[in-house]
Design a protein around this ligand. Structure first.
Ligand SMILES: Nc1ncnc2c1ncn2[C@@H]1O[C@H](COP(=O)(O)OP(=O)(O)OP(=O)(O)O)[C@@H](O)[C@H]1O
Ligand SMILES: [Mg+2]
Length: 253
């Protein structure tokens, strides 16, 4: 088989040239990183789970009229996506204080926020993705005021959708991060949700027990990450209820 042209290898995914112009194949790796890749590991099965979960969320968004880059899942680890010009921002929506917000402001994790708060970091690993204001974004030309207004509206719609879906399976959506990209239909530019939506990019807490079901399990050494992601997938009906993440064959005597 001819080798595919690799476009980009990131920490969690690889992008390959797609079968048609304007498409990429997005491959989900098992690699987990945290704290700007200072902590690293390989988690068996994570890529398979995130491929499935991102498909599930992106399809759900499409169904309620929010445009995404997702075209079709190709196999266990790959999906076909629309290539987009990524806006160099991490768009973060928070419903409850946690993580850097709690550290920065001294607010206890889990404190409900008065309303969903949208914040932006500038995507630059060397700088550690610093928090930036809207002023910065417009002054440095990372997005126009109009784009920014559209991005905030999109992010809040994604938040409503994701919060509702997770609430339905007993999970609290504490916060999440999305990336947004530009695509052109002839001369008309549209913003779409790109990258991934998965437990790598959300904070998900079980409503009853407070158990963490997201990448904090890895960041904070709270147990088996694939087990946590499998639980999310199972509750959402993305995996049948009797499946565990173990991808390896078991020896039966
Ligand atoms: N539809 C798309 N079109 C173009 N690029 C995309 C699209 N969706 C995601 N990407 C980019 O593909 C890469 C995915 O790889 P990964 O998430 O592993 O990167 P990363 O290590 O987090 O690095 P980065 O700092 O670039 O996000 C990211 O750079 C992301 O911005
Ligand atoms: Mg990434």
């Amino acid at each position: 088989m001819a080798r595919r042209k690799m476009i980009y290898e990131g920490k969690a995914k690889i992008l390959y040239e797609g079968p048609e112009p304007g498409t990429f194949v997005q491959y989900f790796k098992d690699d987990a990183t945290a704290f700007n890749a200072q902590k690293k590991d390989v988690i068996d099965g994570k890529g398979v789970l995130n491929n499935r979960l991102s498909e599930f969320f992106m399809k759900g968004l499409t169904n309620i009229g929010i445009p995404t880059h997702f075209l079709k899942r190709l196999n266990m680890r790959e999906q076909l996506i629309r290539s987009a010009e990524i806006v160099p921002l991490e768009v973060i929506v928070r419903n409850f204080a946690a993580g850097t917000m709690s550290n920065r402001l001294g607010i206890e994790e889990g404190t409900p926020l008065p309303r969903p708060i949208v914040e932006f970091s500038y995507k630059d690993d060397a700088l550690g993705d610093p928090l930036v204001t809207e002023e910065y974004i417009i002054a440095f030309g990372w997005a126009s005021q109009q784009d920014l207004d559209d991005i905030i509206a999109l992010a809040l719609r994604v938040n409503d959708f994701m919060s509702g879906v997770m609430y339905g399976v007993g999970i609290k959506l504490v916060d999440f991060k999305i990336e947004v990209g530009r695509v052109w239909d002839n001369d008309f530019m549209r913003l779409i949700i790109a990258d991934e939506i998965s437990p790598d990019s959300c904070r998900l807490w079980d409503m009853e027990t407070g158990r963490k079901l997201d990448k904090d399990v890895f960041r904070r050494d709270l147990g088996n990450l694939a087990d946590a992601y499998t639980e999310v997938a199972r509750r959402l009906g993305v995996l049948p209820s009797n499946v565990t993440h173990t991808p390896k064959p078991t020896i039966i005597n």
